[in-house]
Write a protein that binds this ligand. Structure first.
Ligand code: SAM
Length: 219
C-alpha cells in the first residue's frame, strides 16, 4: 500500500531517524486511513489531513527514539499507553517499536471500539491489547507507561505508581517546560508517591511548537 501522505511521512520519519520497513509503513498507512475514516464520526481529534499527520502521528513518533532506548534496558519491556483515545501515542509507537508488546488503556466505549478496529486494520491485534477500563481498575504492571493529553501529573501519579514495575519509567508527552515544572511542584506538594524527573526535548517535523517528554521514575 502507498499512503497518500507518503512524502510527508518519508520526510518526517527521516528527520526523526526512524527506519520503518515496508510492513511497518503499511501498518502506519492503514492506521492513518482508519483514523481519517472514523474521525468525522467519532470526533477523535480536531485536526484533519496533513495537520492530523503532523500534530498526531509525527508528534507521537517523535518520542520513539527515546522510548526505544528506555525499552532496551528491560529484558522484555511491557509498555502501556494510558488514556490512549484514538491510539496516541500508543499505536504509532507500537508500529515503530515492533519488538515490544503494548497495552492501550481507554475507558470510553466509542474510542475502545475505534482502537480495536484500528488494531485489526493495521494487523497489530496480536501485539497490542486494549484494556477497556478506567485506569483505577487496572491491575497489571508495566516497565514503560506513556500518556499524552491526559490528566495533570498531580492528579494521576499516585494511581500510576503501583502500575509501574521496578525501575520503570513514566513518559509523559508534554508541551511547555514551565507548565510541566509547575505540575511537578504540585506533585511534590500533593502526591504520596515521590518521583525524580528529567526532560527530553522533542522536535516534531513540520511543527513549530515546543514539545518534550517528561521522564519520571519512582524514588
Ligand atoms: C484528551 S484525550 C487524549 C487521547 C490521546 N492520548 C491523545 O493524545 O490524543 C484523553 C483520553 O483519556 C481517556 N481517559 C481519561 N481518564 C481516564 C482514566 N482514568 N482511565 C482511562 N482512560 C481515561 C479519555 O476517555 C480520553 O480518551
Amino acid at each position: 500500500m502507498t499512503g497518500k501522505y507518503q512524502k510527508l511521512l518519508d520526510e518526517g520519519l527521516s528527520s526523526l531517524s526512524l527506519h520503518l520497513d515496508q510492513g511497518q509503513r503499511d501498518q502506519l498507512d492503514a492506521y492513518i486511513a482508519e483514523f481519517e475514516l472514523f474521525n468525522p464520526v467519532y470526533k477523535l481529534v480536531a485536526a484533519s489531513g496533513e495537520d492530523l499527520v503532523i500534530r498526531h502521528i509525527l508528534d507521537s513518533l517523535s518520542g520513539a527514539p527515546t522510548l526505544a532506548s528506555l525499552c532496551a534496558t528491560f529484558a522484555s519491556c511491557r509498555i502501556a499507553d494510558f488514556g490512549s483515545g484514538a491510539g496516541l501515542p500508543g499505536i504509532p509507537l507500537a508500529i515503530a517499536l515492533p519488538s515490544y508488546s503494548f497495552t492501550l488503556v481507554e475507558r470510553m466505549g466509542r474510542r475502545v471500539d475505534f482502537l480495536r478496529n484500528a488494531l485489526l486494520r493495521a494487523s497489530l491485534q496480536d501485539r497490542v491489547r486494549v484494556i477497556d477500563k478506567d485506569l483505577k481498575e487496572v491491575k497489571d504492571q508495566f516497565d514503560v507507561i506513556t500518556f499524552r493529553a491526559f490528566h495533570p501529573l498531580a492528579d494521576i501519579l499516585d494511581l500510576v505508581a503501583p502500575l509501574l514495575g521496578e525501575g520503570g519509567y513514566v513518559c509523559a508527552y508534554k508541551a511547555l517546560k514551565e507548565q510541566v515544572e509547575e505540575e511537578l511542584v504540585q506533585v511534590e506538594r500533593t502526591c504520596k508517591s515521590t518521583w525524580k524527573a528529567r526532560f527530553v526535548p522533542l522536535e516534531v517535523p513540520h511543527l513549530e511548537a515546543s514539545r518534550m517528554l517528561c521522564l519520571m521514575q519512582k524514588i
